[in-house]
Design a protein around this ligand. Sequence first.
Ligand SMILES: Nc1nc2c(c(=O)[nH]1)N[C@H]1C(S)=C(S)[C@@H](COP(=O)(O)O)O[C@H]1N2
Ligand SMILES: [Mo]
Length: 309
Amino acid sequence: MAGRWKNDLGWSDVTPKVAWMNRRQIMFAAGAATFGAIAGPVQAKLGAAASQYSTAETPNTLEEVTSFNNFYEFGTGKEDPKRNAHTLTTDGWQVEIDGLVERPGTWSMDDVLKGTSLEERIYRLRCVEGWSMVIPWVGFELADLLNRAGVQPGAKYVAFETALRPDEMPGTRTRVLEWPYVEGLRLDEAMNPLTILATGLYDEPIPNQNGAPIRLVVPWKYGFKSIKSIVRITLTEDEPPTSWNKAIPREYGFYSNVNPEVDHPRWSQATERRIGGGLFVKRIPTQKFNGYGDEVAGLYTGMDLSKFY
Ligand SMILES: Nc1nc2c(c(=O)[nH]1)N[C@H]1C(S)=C(S)[C@@H](COP(=O)(O)O)O[C@H]1N2
Ligand SMILES: [Mo]
């Protein structure tokens, strides 16, 4: 099963998983004084195949990444997805790719992964609510899939849709959001090399609560843009509707780039709480574009970012 959605040798094939799983524990056990001595070799090992886009920050533990989630299809509590998402059946998953593409059609997960090479991407994830994590995703660039489908010249946006299965997703039997969950990106944002589709994390198929079997990860935008459990990708000419913008348009825009200088109408975005860390937990400054400005700031030249929350 672990190998099913992998088709290439990556860092995870050549490095024991224990190096990942225990990194935080090792550092806490060792204490701050020996941090460098312990982190050094582990870091070097990771560096062997880590993506140029990966952060060197310590990833959150698998436990943290899989037990504190937002996935309203399974409930609005942070622990609801972990408790409820086991009911999602991901066997035989299909993704429809349609709209302004040369080759519209239905793709199995095997089709999606055929010909791509999966890689490890360690990204910061900043939720609009003011918390953050560092997550070691396994995935591939969205651009790779879009190029295989063939983007037509008229396409300007990419729309995404999550599965809607009321019998498997208890949250969708309530009206907390309009279902299915939908999201969207401008085509150039979608084609940016930082934008990935993740099928794994911590060298395992992605757990249901994190958006199995395939979810978007757009690390410079607030977490709600990173839509989970995708069943449809549609290339469009017009800006597509997005779930949180439809729900509360005054508070959530289409762009939603992480920006410490633009507060949410109800709270500051200047700082964030990094999940984990036990006794040492404290708020840290939020970075513009979540620290990915070198790669993506150029996408927004000429735009007044304060007007595009
Ligand atoms: N379909 C769907 N995708 C979703 C959500 C959701 O409720 N439904 N929540 C979003 C929010 S608000 C965040 S912060 C991230 C959380 O991803 P994680 O649980 O894997 O950390 O998923 C995003 N994707
Ligand atoms: Mo979020």
